[in-house]
Write a protein that binds this ligand. Structure first.
Ligand code: NAP
Length: 277
């Protein structure tokens, strides 16, 4: 029987992870099975036990399970410990689970390697302060931006994160009300869960520096209002997180199988399938 892998989340029907991992397996000649499991938070423990008892070797966890996955891990990588969130679990030879967080490195690889952005000295705005932001703050700050502002609907959550990560670089926090007065960001990352439901935070017209980049972590078949906002406000690049999704998956695949798949052909294929060039 092939080694089993899966993504757990709720809802999970929209997930592209099974397709991505099957493409990676085909490309690298690895014999594995990868499925999507619909697992609400209250079923996580039972589902994990069932998965491991039936040959499960590695797991991706998405909304709303990253914190539960963090607590399920017997060992943690440094970046997972810093994020307090796990999106990748791997069963080691001693049958203990190691928890990793590949979201941050997936985002950085997409921004730098695929999209050619330089982050050093740049002014970066993050919208949102949820689990995804926990995973991306460390690598973003390690890229030495000039300024990083976290703006969240609930300002206290942004302030909490800025406090936790303050030792790593110039990070500040605010509520959405300050966004109308802010200006001049070279990169705006939308990490709110609102972007898929068509809601847009109150973004001032001068928020993005002309020629800057808008990047929505969420991905969809058509450009979201945030991606459209960027295109209408002088962004040189306004894209969603399909590249991040493929890159974080490649990092997980490497952890599980010891081989790194090529991501560019997979990103190209997914974009072609949704009619994006
Ligand atoms: P989360 O922990 O649930 O956090 C949700 C965030 O969205 C919070 O900051 C929340 O603000 C904000 N929010 C929710 N509804 C809002 C609304 N109506 N208006 C304004 N803000 C709202 O979720 P997450 O794990 O951080 O994920 C965030 C997004 O990133 C999701 O769409 C997820 O799919 C995407 N993501 C993509 C990738 C990828 O590989 N491309 C990886 C990770 C995550 P409050 O604090 O005020 O509630």
């Amino acid at each position: 029987m092939s080694d089993r892998y899966a993504v757990f989340g709720h809802p999970i029907g929209h997930s592209k992870s099974p397709r991505i991992h099957r493409l990676f397996a085909e490309q690298t000649g690895q014999d594995l099975q990868y499925d999507a499991w619909d697992v609400p938070a209250e079923r996580f423990e039972a589902a994990l036990a069932e998965f491991l008892a039936t040959g499960g070797r590695g797991l991706n966890c998405t909304v709303p399970l990253k914190e539960l996955a963090f607590h399920a891990a017997a060992r943690l990588t440094d970046r997972a410990r810093r994020a307090c969130a796990v999106n990748t679990l791997a069963l080691e030879t001693d049958r203990k689970l190691v928890g990793d967080n590949t979201d941050g490195s997936g985002l950085l690889r997409d921004l730098r390697d695929n999209l050619g952005l330089r982050l050093e000295g740049k002014s970066i705005l993050i919208l949102g302060a949820g689990g995804a932001v926990r995973g991306i703050l460390q690598p973003l700050l390690e890229a030495n931006p000039g300024r990083l502002l976290i703006a969240n609907r609930t300002a206290a959550r942004a302030e909490q994160l800025a406090g936790e990560f303050a030792a790593l670089g110039p990070v500040a926090a605010c509520g959405f009300e300050r966004l109308l007065a802010e200006a001049g960001f070279e990169l705006i990352l939308n990490a709110t869960a609102a972007s898929l439901s068509g809601q847009l935070p109150p973004l001032g017209d001068a928020l993005l520096l002309p020629g800057g980049c808008c990047y929505a972590l969420a991905y969809a078949s058509a450009p979201t209002p945030f991606v459209e906002w960027g295109r209408n406000h002088g962004a040189a690049l306004s894209v969603d997180g399909i590249g991040m999704l493929v890159e974080q998956a490649a990092e997980a695949f490497q952890l599980w199988r010891g081989v790194r798949p090529a991501t560019a052909p997979v990103i190209r294929l997914l974009n072609a399938e949704r009619g994006w060039s």
